[in-house]
Design a protein around this ligand. Sequence first.
Ligand SMILES: [Fe+2]
Ligand SMILES: [Fe+2]
Length: 485
Amino acid sequence: MTELPQKPKFIDLLMSFLIMAVSAALVIGTMLLVLFFENKERYRAVLLGGGNDLAVTVAFSVLIFVLLYVFLNNIFRSALLQRKQLIMLCCIIVISTLLNLLITLFAVPFLRVYALAAILGAMLFDRKAGILTGAITVLLTLTYDYMNSGFQSGDIQILFTLVYGLISITLGALYVRKSAKRYQAVVVALRLGVPCIIALFFVQYAFGMGATEAFAQAVTTLIGCFLSVLVYLAILPLFEIAFNIITVYRLDELTDHNNELLVRLRTEAPGTYNHVLVVSNLAEACAIAIGEDPHLTRAAAYYHDIGKLYSPEYYKENQSEDRNPHDDITPEASVNIIKDHATRGYLLAKQHRLPEEIATVCREHHGTLHIRYFYYQAQKYSETRLDVKGFCYDGPKPQSRIAAIIMICDAAEAAVRASKDHSSQNVERIVRTLIEERMQFDQFTECPITLKEIYTIKDTVVSNYADLEHERVEYPKINIIKPTE
Ligand SMILES: [Fe+2]
Ligand SMILES: [Fe+2]
């Protein structure tokens, strides 16, 4: 992640207000439309009868969005600075509120999908955002209830709505991130619904409702919770695609070895496939060691070399001993093919709509480093000193800690594979040398990684290879005689 500036610019603030104003207008407009169909008398009273109710509704809705702004400014400062995040938050709130209004029009209030905003917010951002979007949706729906009834009749109903809303948003935000697969989200509906039933039954019973009626109403909330999860499962992919977001589900799908690009890598470039498997194990361990996201790092490692799919036979790991196609071309042509895998990998990742965080690693994992072997080869045949620039990757240098981790692990895997001595001392020397070389060529100057973290990565790679060596069992060398029939 790149560091965010501390103060939002005027234009960013203006755009933020504009996005929130459009969202508020959408919600208020739909409230009036639903009110027109549900309660024409109240509609006329609200719109024409002195304007008090309308003014209160508009003021309350705007206040809720102002609250959103205050929360964002203080808690989620980045959301105000990154327009995409604010649009996403507003989309979650507007869609959930509109659905609640439609359910109010066509069904009963206890079917409202209060948990929807909370689980979407929690999955796409974090739990705090889930509770924020959930609470704002509950408040906006209550604003409609005010518009509809003026809160004159059934104040207790508001208490019931609040109980249902608060339980489902809190538990929804809490539970949804624990479901590793999409279908597991259905279990979340049960875990939300049961506490809602119990709480609502007792609250309604305590306020004088008959046991049967209280139970029947309480059970309706379970359907509301299931509805929330079903709508969530239906629209989450739209958010993932529209905003190119990485959810735990998407990461799970991306790291599935039956994924199209990984299948192609396995069949068309088996050597590269084995290489990325080792790199992904090393990179995941390094990510854990420095507090980076291990799942995203693993996924990025799987895809970092997809650019090699264009000409797999030009890369060492896919070559047989007797044929090297570089022997038939000039070192300059070889360099162009080799360095192209970084940029072409990025384009291929974009073409397959891989998340930006993964696509950029394809382009950045070699930074702007030189390709030593072919520079050396070209220099052998040149009488003048060649400019190394023509033998360097196009870059950019790693912009994220994940790209830096993969840069080190990628080079370490290739170098250790090429070396016959896999002792800890030799692996330590290899990894230290390649890190020092990358530091000498300023490869880590554009990403937020510390020197301490770089050395933690080095130690993790070395200890991972040491563990691998210990796991190799030495079989006793004895001759086994074939048993007689
Ligand atoms: Fe590469
Ligand atoms: Fe690689």
